[in-house]
Write a protein that binds this ligand. Structure first.
Ligand code: ADP
Length: 169
């Protein structure tokens, strides 16, 4: 049900890939830039119509030229030392993405390591939150059957595999 792979999230053929977006939803660097480049300009046009999204929340759009059917744009927190509700906001991002996927009857979803790039969230702490939130959500009634964590580098793969081993099942 939970898989870890190393790769580029834009190549995933799933019902939805999650984007690590910013509050404007108008594109940025990192995974956001890669998703917009691969999806084509129609994605930005749909994002414009959404008028932004708050930190900790998410919005769904089409996938356009991506192999994924949808993109769920989740806005992670910027790391400011950990005392500015970063853990709650990061957990909320994962939970809201899963809720939106469920509301749309989606069965497969791929996540990048939200907030761990430019937003500076420590990778180990972020992986704990990603795992805890996803495993907890999968206990609830949901259409989702497959969750893929897409790691961009080998170090993250090792970290996520360690978390998967430790996760309660
Ligand atoms: P944020 O602003 O939320 O930190 P970033 O895009 O800067 O978002 O980084 C989030 C994570 O996504 C980082 O761990 C980065 O290595 C990873 N990443 C960047 N490009 C891709 C990609 N094409 N596929 C999967 N993960 C990616």
């Amino acid at each position: 049900m939970i898989h870890i792979i190393r790769g580029d999230i834009t190549t995933q053929s799933v019902d939805a890939i999650v984007n690590a977006a910013n509050t404007s939803l108008l594109g940025g660097g990192g995974v956001d830039g890669a998703i917009h480049r691969a999806a084509g300009p129609e994605l930005l046009a749909e994002c414009r119509s959404l008028h932004g999204c708050q930190t900790g929340d998410a919005r769904i759009t089409g996938g356009y030229r991506l192999p994924a059917k949808h993109v769920i744009h989740a806005v992670g927190p910027i790391w400011r030392g950990g005392t500015h509700h970063e853990p709650e906001l990061l957990a909320s991002c994962y939970r809201r993405s899963l809720e939106i996927a469920t509301q749309n009857g989606l069965t497969s979803i791929a996540f990048p390591a939200i907030s761990t790039g430019v937003y500076g969230y420590p990778k180990n702490k972020a992986a704990d939150i990603a795992f805890a939130t996803v495993t907890q959500f999968m206990e609830t009634k949901t259409s989702i059957q497959e969750v893929i964590f897409v790691c961009f580098d080998e170090e993250s793969v090792a970290l996520y595999e360690q978390k998967l081993k430790q996760a309660p099942r």
